[in-house]
Design a binder for this molecule. Structure first.
Ligand SMILES: *[C@@H]1O[C@H](CO)[C@@H](O)[C@H](O)[C@H]1NC(C)=O
Ligand SMILES: *[C@@H]1O[C@H](CO)[C@@H](O)[C@H](O)[C@H]1NC(C)=O
Ligand SMILES: *[C@@H]1O[C@H](CO)[C@@H](O)[C@H](O)[C@H]1NC(C)=O
Ligand SMILES: *[C@@H]1O[C@H](CO)[C@@H](O)[C@H](O)[C@H]1NC(C)=O
Ligand SMILES: *[C@@H]1O[C@H](CO)[C@@H](O)[C@H](O)[C@H]1NC(C)=O
Length: 729
């Protein structure tokens, strides 16, 4: 066959009764050869079997993946396989559509790893000024995940006005990032492809196998040849390193340590979606059929695989031609899927955070999650009180809804109670700061932030009216209860750990909802259902809401709400016998009750605590008479935003401290008639915890107890998070 290069091979055959010719876009000579072999194999297979529909394939040679995208848009080619980062651009910027994704032996996701030579002294924290090799620009493992990690730890400085590529070009001394040619000179400095002024013949720094440092193999070559100090590739590339040479390399782990290559599951920079196939909208149905037919013939279990192997490039001398060689099968979508379903919410949010679509006004705004009318009012005053960064208050219906909205990139941050911090952590969000309830905040000058060795807890307590005689732990059957809110540590997690009634001792604490609905006659657990909503009263005026909503619009929500629930509403109908809440600010909440005219004349003296051992004690005895410690609330966000949210909170904190006489106080809520709005009222300051993992903030005891509970309690929000294609963790 003559003139393969730059030409289109068209193969006709008699059996093709219909079917548009498919044109595959290739980016190198070996890829063009593999494609031509596929075309031949299709003809041969189709003439020997009776399959007729998809016999005509031609191969269109382009000089880069970006060129492929243009050719497909211009109807000069039909199909190409792309890294997930390129898939996103192809769909969002160029109007193409994703029709399939590669599935590997361990699923559809890849792990980003940073490979160095064993002899190096570098670690993940000291990459500034080094020479870097990347599989491709905006690629998942070669660019987005590692840069997202460096940004989340604040190792990589990034001014909001500048494009990320510029920050990267300043950070590394020199790099080879195939595809970054137009962004910054130093990003292509290490590349070795031939240069030409004719764009068709220029391979320098292109996303083409003609650039020796292109793709996973190329980035590793860049490292092994000594051109670079570190290579950012995906874990699938590690297999290609000779067994005998594996010990000469190490992975950089996020904790600053090194690890052998085989440890990539533990030592990596995050998970992201693998490669996918794109085409034009109007071509998608026939292209899907073409892929299904090709896979049925030439996939690993294909009927015709002795003729041709779709996922094997070894005879062409280059890896990963047309598809990744480690592909086990293609998952061809049988309907149109939104890009965030194809690539996962975490990943799409990461790309937006990295400015994949270009920067927008949104980038400089912090969107805080508010769950009620009262929080919205406080948040708006906060926004008004700070001049530095614009703060936007976004309304959600509950803390769980905030987590969902953060994942969907509709909100950026929120302060969550310990149980919701657990959930958010499972959902791939990360800590920024933690509320500090100690006596005095210590500002570490050198580090430039508030730090602390230990994070003081609050305590869960069970409060009753002094006048309720014969009410103790163990005898709560048939009583009325007040629980703060769904999943709240004090109202939901801790009480079930104790013996509520003779039938319900702590061995039954695995499903709190079941325990409470069986033990109590009725109660108010905002966000719950059935008899545990019957005591709730809903909201009025601007905060009007249905009964039992999972936010302060339900007047029995939270610590203040549980107290209101205990004394009952002014009509005297809806009240509880026991309220599960946090000990902090209890006395001032009782005072507030009187001042708000909700229930006049109640004094601290009118209440008592129930101790877990069956006794009773005065409110002041919470240290010895409590249901357990509660880890502090933590502000959680998407990983890529940690540095920005931290910066914003520190500025807010300083501004409010500097104007102590101002109207707005971050950690007070009484003037809005509620408690614990946005932050707990017990907060003294916000301490830096973005270097910690949420599990260590929660502490092992709380963490494993909560895990135990959610192992047998269904939760919509955890289910929502588990659906994500590749949760970052
Ligand atoms: C960065 O590159 C310059 C030359 O371009 C060299 O002099 C310098 O030593 C390099 N720095 C590091 C940390 O490698
Ligand atoms: C890939 O193809 C080569 C050459 O045909 C063959 O030797 C090799 O076994 C194939 N690899 C797999 C995994 O089947
Ligand atoms: C705890 O409750 C279970 C049933 O719910 C019962 O079988 C068990 O004996 C109880 N244990 C104690 C110590 O009361
Ligand atoms: C309760 O409020 C009333 C007026 O609203 C006030 O006169 C009274 O002193 C308050 N009681 C307490 C204990 O604060
Ligand atoms: C919860 O379930 C997971 C997965 O089945 C298991 O690994 C873990 O140990 C369980 N945790 C607890 C505390 O029961």
């Amino acid at each position: 066959m003559k003139g393969l290069r730059g030409t289109i091979i068209i193969l006709f055959f008699s059996a093709a009764v219909w079917g548009k010719k498919m044109r595959w876009c290739t980016v190198s000579e070996p890829e063009q050869r593999k494609c031509a072999d596929l075309a031949k194999a299709l003809v041969a297979a189709l003439t020997s079997s009776a399959v007729t529909a998809f016999g005509r394939l031609s191969c269109v040679r382009a000089y880069s993946k970006a060129d492929c995208i243009s050719k497909i848009r211009a109807n000069k080619a039909d199909l190409v396989t792309l890294d997930a980062g390129e898939v996103y651009s192809a769909v969002k910027q160029f109007g193409l559509t994703a029709i399939a994704k590669e599935i590997y032996t361990d699923g559809g996701c890849i792990l980003a790893v940073a490979v160095v030579k064993k002899s190096t002294s570098l670690d993940i924290r000291t990459l500034q000024g080094t020479r870097s090799c990347h599989s491709g620009v905006r690629w998942t493992a070669g660019w987005s995940l590692p840069l997202g990690h460096l940004l989340s730890r604040n190792y990589l400085p990034w001014e909001e006005e500048q494009p990320l590529s510029q920050a990267v070009s300043i950070f590394f001394n020199a790099s080879c990032v195939p595809g970054a040619g137009t962004m910054a000179l130093s990003l292509c400095f290490l590349c070795q492809g031939l240069k030409s002024y004719n764009s068709q013949k220029n391979f320098h720094c292109e996303t083409s196998h003609s650039e020796p440092f292109y793709h996973n193999q190329g980035a590793l070559r860049c490292l092994t040849s000594g051109a670079g100090d570190v290579a950012f590739v995906d874990h699938r590339a590690l297999d290609s390193i000779e067994e005998s040479e594996k010990d000469e390399y190490r992975l950089l782990c996020t904790d600053g340590s090194h690890s052998p290559l085989s440890n990539f599951r533990k030592c990596n920079l995050g998970r992201g979606p693998g490669w996918g196939v794109v085409t034009r909208q109007n071509n998608r149905k026939i292209a899907r059929k073409f892929l299904l037919a090709s896979q049925a013939m030439f996939g690993w279990r294909g009927k015709e695989r002795q003729r041709f192997q779709l996922f094997n490039s070894s005879v062409y001398g280059t890896k990963d031609l047309l598809f990744s060689d480690v592909t086990e099968k293609l998952s061809v979508f049988n309907e149109d899927m939104d890009i965030s379903l194809v690539l996962g919410l975490d990943y799409v949010a990461l790309l937006k955070g990295l400015g994949h679509e270009g920067s927008s006004l949104e980038d400089s705004v912090v969107r805080w999650c508010c769950i009620s009318h009262a929080e919205q009012k406080k948040c708006e005053q906060w926004a008004f009180s700070i001049k530095s960064d614009p703060l936007v208050c976004v309304r959600a219906s509950s803390m769980s809804d905030c987590i969902e909205k953060i994942k969907k990139d509709e909100v950026d941050a929120v302060s969550l109670d310990a149980t919701h911090t657990f959930i958010a952590g499972k959902c791939g969000l990360v800590p920024v700061v933690t509320e500090y309830y100690g006596a005095k905040c210590i500002f570490t000058q050198g580090e430039g932030h508030f730090e602390t060795k230990d994070l003081p807890t609050v305590y869960g307590v069970a409060v009753v009216r002094r006048s309720s005689r014969n009410l103790y732990f163990g005898t709560m059957n048939g009583r009325r209860s007040c629980h703060g809110h769904m999943y709240s540590p004090a109202g939901w997690v801790l009480p079930a750990k104790h013996t509520l009634s003779t039938e319900h001792n702590n061995s039954a604490s695995c499903e709190p909802n079941k325990v409470y609905s069986e033990v109590f006659w009725k109660g108010c657990l905002p966000g719950g259902q059935g008899n545990l909503c019957k005591v709730c009263v809903g909201g009025t005026e601007e905060a009007a809401s249905k009964r039992c909503s999972d936010n302060h619009n339900e007047r029995y929500y939270g610590n203040m709400g549980a107290l209101r629930c205990l004394v009952g509403d002014p009509s005297g109908k809806s009240y509880g016998d026991v309220a599960f809440m946090e000990h902090h600010n209890l006395e001032s909440n009782i005072e507030n009750l009187n001042n708000s005219r909700w229930a006049e004349g109640w004094l601290a003296w009118d209440f008592e605590l129930l101790c877990g051992d069956g006794g009773r004690a005065a409110l002041t005895e919470w240290r010895s008479c409590n249901l357990g410690a509660i880890p502090p609330n933590t502000v959680m966000t998407r990983p890529v935003l940690t540095a920005r949210i931290y910066d914003f909170l520190m500025k807010s904190q300083e501004a409010t401290a500097a104007h102590a006489d101002s109207e707005f106080h971050m950690f007070e809520s009484q003037q809005y008639g509620e408690s614990d709005l946005l932050f707990k009222d017990a907060t003294q300051c916000l301490v830096h915890t973005s270097h910690m993992d949420y599990r260590s903030i929660l502490g092992e005891e709380f963490y494993s107890h909560t895990e135990h509970i959610f192992n047998c309690t269904h939760s919509d929000i955890l289910e929502f998070c588990n659906q994500d294609v590749c949760s970052i963790f």
